[in-house]
Design a protein around this ligand. Structure first.
Ligand SMILES: [Zn+2]
Length: 69
């Protein structure tokens, strides 16, 4: 019974990858890893952008084009 209860709790609450607090993820957001605090959202975006720049050269080129215009 304890195991079942823990599994349910863990499914509902996940740990923020940035500040480490536990929060209930938004069901509309897939693979949510950070809570809704501004700092955490900003860190998540920065991390995502950094990974995107490394993995996707086209994205980098697009960003450069956007900034120029
Ligand atoms: Zn957080």
């Amino acid at each position: 019974m304890v195991v079942v209860f823990e599994r349910i709790t863990m499914n509902r609450n996940i740990q923020c990858a940035h500040c480490g607090c536990r929060f209930e993820p938004n069901p509309r957001v897939k693979n949510q890893s950070c809570c809704s605090q501004k700092d955490c959202q900003r860190a998540r975006k920065r991390k995502w952008r950094k990974a995107k720049l490394v993995s996707d050269p086209d994205y980098k080129a697009n960003q450069r084009d956007c900034q120029r215009e």
